[in-house]
Design a protein around this ligand. Structure first.
Ligand code: NAD
Length: 370
């Protein structure tokens, strides 16, 4: 039996509801696998501001660091919207990313065939579902490069003074590129073994360095096939032939945009899980893509499946429990194929609509039957 320490950060809004459901599912996993999950609940976000005076108390970061993995619900809500930047709930997310050294963001865009009518894409394009993993570099590139705003002394060709001029610089080192590529290749080894490195190498020097490093890293993964694709083409191909992608590895900004596009293809924000990873052996953070959904908080109707699927990623990527992670995914699929839905993913008025606790119970039941 192995014991795993999991820091649970429920956060705000529906965060406590969806993390409680997920911990119940993990307890069922423990029950049938013989492993042990030791949960330590800590605060971050609005609730931490209210009770401890800051969005990310020191104790939360310390416990997260000492854990094998972190499970996060969501933070934020209208109550804290007018606070200054560093005191806003979202500052907790940045603090956790920085404090845990999380440089890779993995977003899984899975469209279960049972939910295909939620997709805005033509039914024939998604008839067999979609399953794309986007691996986005999280701590480098243009979002973290040098920036500035200054008055220009120059003019346009027609003599118009340029006025103020701003710049944001994209910088990537070989080491930063290599570590994110390795996350992508390792993930591909657990999936369909195909990576698409998305860049703009016809224009950007950084992209050309990405390609060079990618060729080198690829040599360590002979079973994985690799293709390069320009980001403009990738954004079209995701809509035209989404099933042809397995793992997309890309820079911070391109990943930011493409992961939202891929998520949209699934049509169900309540179903999208994510992981943020740092150096091997350090705790990863797992959270749903959706926010704290204040409009439905406390009503018992939130869809817990994005968080439950995030826990499946946690089992795969941080705890080495591949089989159990896969079983959770199969259990979710089985619940959907039996026609059970939460209110956000109902497509047919005849489908039974379940609340958060009820659908969690169905996932546990399905897990235990596998
Ligand atoms: P949101 O994702 O919270 O909600 C968007 C819509 O989707 C809402 O109608 C909501 O009811 C619905 N929804 C979201 N998750 C759902 C679920 N699991 N089940 C059923 N329906 C669900 O986005 P928003 O409204 O833009 O943001 C609300 C708050 O969450 C804001 O304060 C925002 O800053 C914060 N936020 C936090 C995170 C995070 O913690 N990582 C991410 C995004 C937004």
């Amino acid at each position: 039996m192995t014991s795993f320490r999991i820091a649970v950060i429920p956060g705000d809004g529906i965060g406590p509801e969806v993390t409680a459901s997920t911990c119940d599912v993990l307890r069922a996993v423990a029950g049938s696998s013989g492993h042990e999950f030791l949960f330590t609940e800590v605060k971050a976000g609005g609730i931490a501001i209210d009770t401890q005076g800051e969005p990310l108390p020191e104790e939360t970061l310390r416990i997260a660091r000492e854990s094998d993995a972190v499970l996060l619900g969501a933070v934020g809500g209208p109550k804290w919207d007018n606070l200054p930047g560093t005191m806003r709930p979202e500052a907790a997310l940045l603090g956790l990313r920085k404090g845990l050294g999380l440089y890779a963001n993995l977003r899984l865009a899975v469209l279960f065939p049972e939910l295909k009518s939620a997709s805005p894409l033509r039914p024939d394009l998604v008839a067999e579902g979609v399953d794309v993993l986007i691996v986005r570099e999280l701590t480098g590139g243009i979002y973290f490069g040098k920036r500035g705003l200054e008055k220009s002394d120059e003019c346009l060709e027609d003599g118009t003074p340029k006025g103020m001029e701003a710049f944001d610089i994209e910088t990537y080192s070989e080491a930063e590129i290599e570590r994110i590529l390795r996350v992508g290749f390792r993930s591909a080894m657990q999936r369909r073994k195909h990576v698409t490195v998305v860049d703009k190498a016809n224009i950007l020097e950084t992209s050309r360095l990405w390609r060079k490093v990618a060729e080198r890293v690829k040599a360590d993964y002979p079973e994985v096939t690799m293709e390069f694709m320009y980001v403009d083409n990738a954004s079209m191909q995701l809509l035209r032939r989404p099933r042809s992608f397995d793992v997309i590895i890309t820079s911070n900004m391109f990943g930011d945009i493409l992961s939202d596009e891929a998520g949209m293809i699934t049509g169900s924000i309540g179903m999208l899980p994510s992981a943020s990873l740092g150096a091997p052996g350090t705790p990863g953070m797992y959270e749903p893509v959706h926010g704290s959904a204040p409009d439905i908080a406390g009503k018992g109707i939130a869809n817990p499946m994005a968080t439950i699927l995030s826990a499946a990623m946690m089992l795969r990527y941080s705890l080495g429990l591949q089989e159990e992670g896969e079983k959770i995914e199969k259990a979710v699929r089985s619940v959907l194929s039996q026609g059970y839905r939460t209110a956000d993913i109902v497509q047919d008025p005849d489908e039974p609509v379940l609340g958060t606790e009820e659908i969690t119970g169905k996932v546990i039941e399905a897990y235990e039957k596998l």
